[in-house]
Design a protein around this ligand. Structure first.
Ligand code: ASP
Length: 726
């Protein structure tokens, strides 16, 4: 089967894919993509991008903190990533007196670089296709459970036998919905220090209004440095660790990017679902997205208002707010985009074609004939559970007390299973969690969020999925959600740090009080009810759907021989490529591919929460003082391209034809946010900050030119290096 799939993939190379679509595996670039990339203007070879034998671009790319991408841009371990990827760390070092969110932060020397406990970056040393070993002994007739245990056993063997150094790790991931498996050997560095960040008024200029939108004018970046032990190997934080000497770092092009130039994004895209049947996409964009959006509308109304009224709250809630708002706005764009471009109808057409081909071939008909009908039936069954699941999970995402309760509950389990001694052993961990939690916690905000979201829960969740205890309690509150939330907070110690820490002095007392705490009992009751009455049904159907999705993926690869298939994103290293290009957004609206500092000033609203511009930037603009970074009196700011990206690609480098950094990926355009479900090359564009704007902000705006000095600036177009390399 694996051979068949690989030869289908190879055969498909001959066929032109939709330009720009695809998140490709670095391992197969030579076979699948190199020719096309060169035809689009790339001057490198696949080996310059990914090689296990010599330093290649991949050695400059890191998974940043697990959810973003970063890249090494100096021989001394300097890492570039997005502001929105670093903001949680930037915030953790901020206070009203040292407000790095509003004022930015620039370390003037190594000694001023700030450590970030918990932050790590991971390099990929190499990847291998281990499908054959992973699926050894797996047969068609096996139950899902037996199949999974056979695979798990195989994966353990693969891990145990993988050739690697003691300081390296292994990771195996399924691809193509579980039809293929790849092994990754990785190196993780855990001493990563904050080096620099622009003020939020530059790093996330335009905030929620501009998020997911083009034209864009933010310099969404922050700088960190990876430190290693004296032997250049991964080491836990130590004051005398030294800056990492990377195998490769990205030179930065001062020649910038012109319309039509080849562009490539290298990073760790998080999750896409390009091969789902129409019914799944329909339910996602028309039923589930609206549920989550509705819940977040309510919590954001409360949080945004509070943040605008207090600088302290703004610092405390910056990272939380962005996490909630980012997905909220993306789902809106995604639902609109799929519907506006007829994405569901297009999938239905593809399915009709699939069915026709399958029905015309006896063997396919036998294996795949009923697949789509079965899928639809299961989808009908799962939806009532899926809806409740989303309502309840949104309670957990938005109400901080729910998050606290989940953590506390894990500690109760430790107490119940291992007694006081077991609990006491973990107590320091709990104390440090609580310190962190309360540092950024505002009960008065959370109380309002709870009132608003519980109203949704009680009114929108189907009656037989509601937790009876919660229903009884809202009855006692006379169905008044404010009274309800006020009572929960009044009758609980969870909103009071001092009381919690005091109670913790005696573990037994703490656990007893917790178990009878009103807020704790109520949230546990809602969550447990969901875990017992909703999730088992949901998971059982989900398992069947997963099996069908795996078969459908395999079937599509077999049936559509003329197509080239790339695996859905799964937070593993991928290459995506396209061109710097604008797009026709809607009737009569055409977007140019780049923005300039003039556009920042056009949006400027003095004193505004989202569009204020620091005075220094205004002055530089007024004087057109752009140093070597401007072009013909203009300062390029952002550009867009037809590169297929998703969340997780945040912080990925935009790379030119020669392998130099030309920009920093940070977002996608509004019309194209649906690209996770339904990539459309005509309107899906990723958004990047121009590398020259980053340098301008670091050097001219922030006066941190010492950082630019450790980078390597190159001129691949105007002063090309000999032998086509620089
Ligand atoms: N701005 C995005 C994010 O937050 C990046 C993307 O999805 O394109 O993940």
């Amino acid at each position: 089967m694996k051979k068949l799939l690989v030869s289908l993939l190879l055969l498909a190379v001959l066929v032109q894919a939709r330009a720009g679509e695809g998140m490709w595996l670095p391992l197969f670039l030579k076979q699948l993509n190199e020719a096309e990339m060169k035809s689009m203007g790339m001057k490198m070879n696949a080996e310059d991008i990914y090689s296990v034998n010599k330093g290649s671009l991949k050695d400059a790319i890191v998974s940043f903190g697990g959810g973003c991408t970063g890249e090494i841009i100096s021989g001394q371990g300097l890492v570039l990533t997005n502001h929105h990827c670093g903001v949680g760390y930037i915030q953790s070092h901020s206070s009203v007196e040292k407000n790095y969110i509003d004022n930015g932060f620039w370390a003037k020397s190594r000694a001023e670089e700030i450590p970030n406990p918990g932050l790590f970056v991971t390099f990929i040393v190499r990847m291998e296709d281990v499908t054959a070993q992973a699926l050894q002994g797996v047969t068609a007739g096996m139950s899902e459970r037996d199949r999974q245990s056979a695979i798990d056993r195989n994966l353990n063997t693969i891990r145990a036998n993988a050739a690697k150094e003691s300081y390296q790790e292994t990771m195996i991931r399924p691809f193509y919905k579980g039809n293929q498996y790849f092994l990754f050997i990785t190196e993780t560095y855990r001493d990563v220090r904050l080096v620099g960040a622009p003020p939020a008024s530059i790093g996330s200029y335009g905030h929620d209004t501009d998020n997911w939108v083009w034209p864009r004018h933010a310099a969404d970046f922050s700088l960190f440095r990876v430190y290693a032990g004296p032997d250049n190997k991964p080491a836990e934080y130590a004051a005398d660790n030294v800056p990492l000497q990377p195998r490769h770092f990205l030179p930065i092009s001062m020649d910038g990017v012109a319309e039509g130039d080849f562009t490539m994004i290298f990073g760790f895209p998080g999750r896409t679902d390009e091969y789902l049947p129409a019914v799944a996409v329909d339910n996602m964009v028309n039923v589930l997205n609206p549920i989550r959006i509705g819940m977040r509308d309510k919590s954001l109304a409360v949080i945004n208002e509070a943040m605008r009224n207090s600088t302290e709250v703004k610092i405390q809630y910056t990272a939380k707010q962005s996490r909630i708002a980012n997905a909220w706005k993306k789902w809106m764009g995604e639902s609109q985009g799929v519907n506006r471009t007829g994405g569901i109808a297009r999938k239905q057409q593809l399915e009709a074609d699939f069915q026709r081909r399958v029905d015309g071939n006896a063997a396919w008909k036998q294996s795949y004939g009923a697949l789509l009908t079965d899928y639809k039936k299961l989808y009908e069954q799962i939806m009532p559970y899926a809806k409740t699941r989303d309502y309840v999970s949104e309670l957990g995402v938005n109400i901080e007390l729910f998050q606290l309760v989940s953590t506390l509950n894990r500690f109760i389990t430790i107490y119940d299973n291992n007694g006081v001694a077991g609990f006491d052993a973990r107590k320091p961990q709990l104390v440090s969690y609580l310190e962190n939690f309360y540092a950024d916690y505002r009960p008065e905000i959370d109380k309002q969020v709870m009132a608003a979201l519980m109203e949704e829960y009680f009114n929108k969740v189907t009656v037989d999925h509601l937790d009876p205890f919660a229903v009884e309690q809202i009855g006692f509150a006379g169905k008044d959600y404010d009274v309800f939330a006020a009572t929960v907070f009044a009758k609980s110690m969870l909103d009071d740090k001092d009381e919690m820490l005091k109670a913790l002095e005696s573990s037994d007392v703490f656990i007893q009080r917790l178990k009878s705490d009103y807020a704790f009992t109520l949230s546990r009751s809602i969550i447990t009810h969901n875990e017992q009455k909703v999730l088992p049904e949901y998971n059982a159907i989900r398992t069947k759907l997963d099996l069908l999705e795996r078969n459908y993926m395999q079937a599509q690869m077999e049936v559509f021989t003329e197509k080239r298939f790339y695996p859905d994103a799964n937070s593993t290293l991928r290459v995506t490529y396209g061109k710097a290009e604008g797009y026709d957004a809607r009737d009569a609206v055409n977007y140019r591919y780049m923005t300039t500092l003039d556009g920042v000033m056009e949006k400027y609203k003095p004193g505004d929460y989202e569009f204020d511009v620091p005075q220094r930037l205004r002055e530089l603009h007024a004087a057109k003082d752009y140093g070597p970074y401007g072009v013909n009196g203009e300062m390029p700011v952002c550009f867009i391209g037809s590169n297929h990206t998703t969340g997780g690609n945040s912080g990925s480098p935009a790379i030119d034809a020669w392998g130099n950094l030309i920009g920093l990926n940070f977002d996608r355009t509004w019309e194209g946010t649906m690209s996770d479900l339904n990539y459309d090359p005509t309107i899906c564009r990723n958004i990047m900050v121009d590398a020259r704007y980053l340098l301008f902000i670091i050097d001219k705006f922030a006066g941190a030119g010492h950082l630019v000095q450790e980078m390597k600036l190159v001129y691949p177009k105007s002063k090309p290096a000999k032998k086509g390399k620089n």
